[in-house]
Design a protein around this ligand. Structure first.
Ligand code: NDP
Length: 291
């Protein structure tokens, strides 16, 4: 008996440049296969000058959505139809979702971080030291604030970016949804001693990213205590020097793979409506990174 055939796959993608070393395809397509979704996630190099055409192409071809990475996270906004709450506050989009024929920009970087953190603690009322003030730090800072963190100390090398993030948190973010938040900027000079009583320490800088795997985050390791949760955004390698030092001090630790997987989970949920199995996605990344 003849059966109905369908060779049309649903499309999702990552747009960026450089993009070749971005491992997201491995984990997202592992989820699609595991959940028997006939979907694809394509890794596509898009030049900054071609972003508008790429988004128009995605619309024309009915993409269910796409992730954006360097250098498109801010530039993509003008090509979209609307923004989710945290993406609007951050002014950055890393995940575009087609909803009722419109393209809406979301930011899953910080949401993935907070989701992973919730596995260990509720951020509400917590005190945080956040190293870094770039894109990842902005996403994490905003989502921590929206999740109810009350003290965020931003430690960053360049003062301009550090102050911008503190101003964003003390201004629009506090006004929107975080009335009890106090954010402070501290210029990063020498080894930073994390204050006693800090609940959560976050490395949101690129220090430790392959190939500079032995690069050291300038902090006093002795100031880390077992009561602290220490998290690192670096996905490759997942066992950074900070992760190893924090474990040796008895801290509970979340590595960068946890955050990467969690933001992938949210993206797949946005696009397909299916909640994917994070263990399948993490296993795919561990294979890629030989972790
Ligand atoms: P940005 O370039 O926007 O920001 C980089 C940050 O790192 C800045 O705060 C910068 O400080 C700081 N920094 C870099 N080198 C040094 C150094 N030698 N000493 C002190 N500070 C330094 O990058 P992103 O925020 O987009 O990305 C940061 C990292 O986060 C990347 O490694 C990326 O792989 C990772 N990431 C991980 C995700 C995950 O899911 N696991 C998701 C998104 C990002 P300054 O302002 O002084 O230049």
């Amino acid at each position: 008996m003849a059966k109905e055939l369908n060779f049309k796959q649903e499309l999702t993608a990552a747009f960026g440049k450089p993009i070749a070393e971005n491992p997201t395809q491995a984990m997202i397509e592992a989820a699609y296969r595991h959940h028997r979704l006939d979907w694809r996630y394509l890794t596509i190099e898009v030049d900054a000058a071609d972003l508008g055409d790429a988004v128009r192409g995605a619309r024309a071809m009915g993409f269910a959505g796409f992730n954006c990475t360097i250098p498109h996270k801010v530039a993509v906004i003008e090509h979209l139809d609307g923004l989710g709450e945290s993406a609007a506050l951050m002014g950055a989009v890393n995940c575009v979702v087609r909803r009722d024929g419109t393209l809406i920009g979301e930011n899953t970087d910080g949401k993935g971080f907070v989701q992973t953190l919730r596995g260990l603690t509720d951020p509400a009322g917590k005190s945080v030291v956040l190293f870094g003030a770039g894109g990842a730090a902005r996403a994490i800072g905003v989502e921590l604030a929206l999740a109810g963190a009350t003290e965020i100390t931003i430690v960053n090398r360049s003062e301009g970016r550090g102050r911008d993030l503190a101003d964003l948190l003390n201004g629009d973010v506090r006004e929107a949804a975080a009335p009890d938040l106090r954010a402070e900027f501290v210029p990063w000079r020498g080894d930073f001693a994390v204050p006693a009583g800090t609940d959560i320490v976050v490395n949101a800088t690129s220090i430790g990213l392959y190939p500079d795997v032995d690069a050291r985050l300038a902090l006093e390791v002795e100031a880390l205590t077992p009561a602290m949760i220490v998290t690192d955004v670096i996905p490759n390698p997942p066992r950074t020097r900070l992760v190893r030092d924090a474990e040796a001090r008895g801290c509970r630790v979340i590595d960068g793979l946890g955050m990467l997987v969690a933001q992938g989970v949210i993206g797949v949920e946005y696009w397909t409506g299916v909640s994917p199995d994070p263990t399948v996605m993490r296993a795919a990344l561990e294979e890629v990174f030989e972790a």
